[in-house]
Design a binder for this molecule. Structure first.
Ligand code: ZN
Ligand code: ZN
Length: 620
């Protein structure tokens, strides 16, 4: 027992001296419960009595893996049986798979491998996503003559799917003569999670007796592949098939997946379904609804759902707080933070990302700094890259550029392209030419992947008149093939209909849209608007640049919104990339000229445009 951690060693000694019968067990702590039983067995001299070691080992392997290893190693070698190995390795494959790997050579040398142990070995490879170990294990199953065992085959299918080798999985799957629901579900989920959606659907259609579990696997796989729309569509098919929804997992999953579509209509429909099925009191569902409503730019609905969640956990508070932050309501976010901490709920790292982000987008520099410090000092959270990025964003937006540069060069985690770009964007905005050049040179070294970073670098070099570097940036951008970037698109929902526009798109009613945009631009120019072409690559002609701006997808979408929606209603847009500065100005003018509220969700935050100004206060 001397290899136990000191605290547990003391506790063991104490319990073995003071307990004559099983102590009253603290049910809230399974580890302590296991430990008390362990001490009792030690004291009564029954530890080596057949069943006990394997039960203790399997409990420790789930609860506190190092202890299961100490106990295992302390047992006399005569006790070691396949069952005992299984009691260690099966839970370990889930709780801490890397700890179980060293045992397998030992098992091989003792030829102790039975189908249960083999399946633990395969599950270990699956948890570690280690394909080459997985393939070796497959070979071992053949050598042991267990490759046709149903437990082994089912573990192999699951392992190959999780390691992304769906073809290998399919080969094993096809060899199984009597396939059970679990293996069908694993194969369907494997196809859909690995983006092989047609094969997933084909196999699913062949599957006999599809239950909720199988549908959930299919839909979740579509969401994991980023196919939000199809995932929701399949959910609707499931509803038509009359599958009974008796647990809230699928619902919370669909609400989370649906939130990427940013459709308020969908949010309301799912909310209605939650009500109908009686899951309104579920915290997980409540949290998902808060998220979908914030993402559908209806922060007031989100707040309403949040207020109705009876028992809120840190995820509920954080989801609401991040929602408020993204809508630029920093005061609300800070109020929520104060409330949650007053109630004794411990914030996590996401809470602080949301808070610093909120401060950054509201220009609350001092408050942001304080929160960053408090996160480390009061809550012992080690800041990660996302916290530093928000802090740098906060400092650089508000013009504290040299403080930001000091932080980026001394922070413990290495900054990524996005972090450098945040700073460079601020340099360009605050016209700090020298720092802009320094940062651009740095970025040139790390060869950015995002085309907008190249635009930032090109602008920084152009302002300093370094045309040779401007040319170099363009060549690099072409060389890296970044021109096949994700195309910018904007989505607008008008009543029950929705329209999607790509930059430079030519929709059916193009003439109508162009006329409206032209009319708006004339009115704007009369009011003093000058197109800001610094958001377009520099080597284009000025006229071409203005034309590119006027064809940005968000402008086409807002024109469609103005043409098709009920007069006076709010126009809601979703853009996949960040809104450019010129379109931001454009929206401010439009909200005033047309006297309409426009809400834009871009890749970074929400902008609420009203009567010529934006909720972000031009901090974005
Ligand atoms: Zn734009
Ligand atoms: Zn804005």
């Amino acid at each position: 027992m001397h290899s136990l951690p000191p605290f547990l060693h003391h506790l063991a000694t104490y319990l073995s001296h003071h307990t004559t019968s099983l102590p009253s067990l603290p049910l809230h702590s399974p580890l302590l419960t296991t430990f008390s039983i362990h001490a009792f067995l030690l004291k009564s001299g029954n530890l080596h009595f057949h069943l006990f070691p394997s039960l203790l080992i399997s409990s420790y392997a789930s609860l506190y893996p190092p202890l299961s290893l100490s106990l295992f190693r302390s047992l006399p070698s005569g006790l070691l049986s396949p069952r005992l190995f299984s009691s260690l390795l099966s839970p370990l494959s889930r709780s801490n798979p890397s700890l179980s790997l060293p045992f397998f050579p030992l098992l091989l040398s003792r030829s102790l491998l039975d189908p249960f142990l083999l399946s633990s070995l395969i599950k270990t490879c699956s948890s570690l996503r280690h394909l080459s170990f997985g393939k070796q294990s497959h070979c071992i199953t053949i050598l042991c003559g267990s490759s046709a065992d149903p437990i082994v085959q089912s573990s192999l299918v699951d392992m190959y799917c999780k390691c992304g080798a769906t073809d290998n999985a399919r080969n094993v799957f096809d060899e199984i003569t009597e396939k059970n629901k679990v293996v069908w579900t694993a194969m369907v989920s494997g196809y859909s999670s690995n983006g092989r959606l047609e094969e997933a659907l084909d196999l699913f259609s062949e599957m006999p007796m599809k239950n909720l579990f199988a549908w959930t696997a299919l839909i979740s796989g579509f969401f994991r592949s980023g196919e939000w729309f199809s995932g929701v569509k399949i959910f609707n098919e499931m509803r038509k098939e009359g599958i009974k929804i008796d647990d809230c997992f699928i619902l919370s999953n669909v609400i989370s997946g649906g939130s990427h579509l940013a459709s308020l209509e969908l949010g309301k429909q799912l909310h209605g379904l939650v009500f109908k099925l009686g899951f309104l009191r579920s915290m997980i569902i409540g949290n998902a609804l808060v998220d979908i409503y914030s993402k559908c730019s209806s922060i007031s609905y989100a707040r309403k759902v949040f207020d109705e969640i009876a028992t809120k956990d840190v995820v509920s508070w954080t989801t609401m707080l991040v929602g408020e932050a993204q809508h630029g309501r920093a005061d609300e976010a800070i109020l929520l933070f104060n409330k949650m901490t007053n109630m004794g709920i411990k914030p996590n790292e996401v809470t602080f990302t949301g808070l610093i982000y909120a401060c950054s987008h509201a220009g609350l520099v001092q408050k942001g700094r304080e929160l960053f410090d408090s996160m480390i000092r009061d809550y012992h959270i080690k800041p990660k890259l996302q916290h530093y990025t928000c802090l740098l964003d906060l400092l650089s937006r508000s013009g504290h550029l040299s403080e930001a540069e000091d932080i980026i060069s001394s922070m413990p985690c290495s900054p990524d392209e996005f972090t450098w770009a945040v700073l460079l964007s601020a340099c360009n905005k605050h016209k700090d030419i020298d720092m802009g050049i320094r940062l651009s040179h740095h970025l040139l070294h790390i060869k950015p992947k995002d085309p907008s970073t190249y635009v930032l670098m090109s602008n920084a070099f152009a302002v300093a008149g370094k045309w040779d570097y401007v040319a170099k940036v363009r060549i690099l951008m072409d060389e890296l093939g970044t021109l096949k970037k994700e195309p910018g698109y904007t989505w607008v929902e008008v009543g029950k209909e929705s329209f999607i526009f790509y930059a430079g798109d030519a929709p059916k009613n193009m003439k109508e849209i162009k006329d409206l945009l032209g009319e708006l631009e004339r009115e704007m120019r009369e009011r003093g608007y000058i197109p800001d072409t610094s958001f377009v690559m520099h080597d284009l002609e000025e006229v071409e640049k203005v034309h590119q701006l006027s064809m940005h997808s968000e402008r086409l979408a807002v024109a469609q919104g103005l043409l098709r929606s009920i007069p006076g209603s709010v126009i809601r847009l979703v853009k996949n990339l960040r809104i450019c500065g010129d379109c931001h100005t454009f929206f401010k003018f439009v909200s005033d000229i047309k006297n309409r509220k426009i809400v834009v969700r871009d890749a970074s935050r929400f902008h609420h445009f009203e009567q010529g100004s934006c909720s972000c206060g031009d901090f974005w």
